[in-house]
Design a binder for this molecule. Structure first.
Ligand code: 6GU
Length: 275
């Protein structure tokens, strides 16, 4: 169970190790295979998840499980390298604990990244996709159960989940660093199995451009806490219902890792443009 008491106890452990934690810190969650996307932070402090009591350990290969605080172009960032997924058995609320921690620390802007399958046939493996909106197809909400008023409203609005200003900044930044950045709707599934051709066809009909196993519930949690959200999917494979290629976790990680440099350049440029 997550609660303000639990997150406050976790953040006090974190703040013991990060004594210069600054107001205005940007929060970042790195998805599968993207652990290398943020390596060179100035004055970096690294804390393995295993050293933070109360934090679940991420069990997936390609997720290194550490918290990194440091500076990028003099701007403070807190990076969760490794996330918690529904398919590991966590509840939706537990899977979003990183967001609750960020909110409790006073973080107001969060960048969510992930590895996703492209279902828009115009998109290529290796492209990055700015998330314009999402469909939470997991059947679960991270807000199920008691609502803590100090966190947010019982019935939060979801009409503007992905901050328009951050999206515009991302598009300008992508141009500046010559990174191809598609735009589209991300569908979150619970996983861990990938999709059948019939499911992929359905998700296309529903208006999806990419599918994955994270992010939407985190975005919901962040909006619940009043944070501004940006999402970037790294498209690791094409999911075409009428010529289905096999997708392997190893292939996903390999492609995400190849796209880490572009993701890193883009995030750095976005951060340099944020006041
Ligand atoms: Cl094709 N599907 C899902 N659900 N998640 C993925 C993926 C596909 N590719 C990377 N992550």
């Amino acid at each position: 169970m997550t609660s303000p008491d639990l997150t406050t106890s976790i953040t006090s452990h974190i703040l013991e190790k990060i004594d210069n934690f600054q107001v205005g810190t940007i929060g970042i969650i790195l998805g599968s295979g993207l652990g290398e996307a943020i390596t060179k932070l100035d004055d970096a402090i690294e804390i393995p998840y295993s050293e933070i009591p109360g934090l679940p350990q991420s069990t997936v290969k390609g997720h290194s499980g550490r918290l990194i605080y440091g500076f990028m172009n003099k701007k403070p960032v807190l990076v969760f390298s490794g996330r918690f997924h529904l398919y590991e058995g966590y509840t939706a609320a537990e899977a979003c604990l990183s967001i609750r921690i960020m909110g409790t620390l006073g973080i107001k802007k969060v960048f969510l990244t992930n590895a996703a399958g492209a279902i828009n046939p115009q998109f290529d493996a290796g492209d990055l996709m700015l998330i314009t909106d999402h469909i939470n197809f997991t059947g679960q909400s991270p807000l199920t159960g008691h609502n803590y008023e100090e966190w947010g409203l019982r019935f939060p609005d979801m009409s503007k989940v992905y901050c328009e200003e951050l999206r515009n900044t991302a598009l300008e930044a992508a141009k500046a660093v010559s990174v191809r950045l598609e735009r589209g709707v991300y569908i979150q599934l619970s996983g861990p199995n990938l999709e059948t051709p019939a499911e992929t066809r359905m998700f296309k009909l529903l208006g999806g451009d990419a599918v994955g196993m994270s992010t939407a519930i985190e975005a919901v949690t962040a909006v619940h806490m009043g944070m501004k959200v940006m999402g970037i999917a790294c498209l690791t494979n094409k999911n075409l219902p009428d010529c289905m290629a096999e997708t392997t976790h190893e292939g996903v990680i390999e492609q995400a890792s190849k796209s880490s440099a572009a993701m890193s350049a883009l995030i750095r440029e976005i951060i340099s443009r944020i006041n």
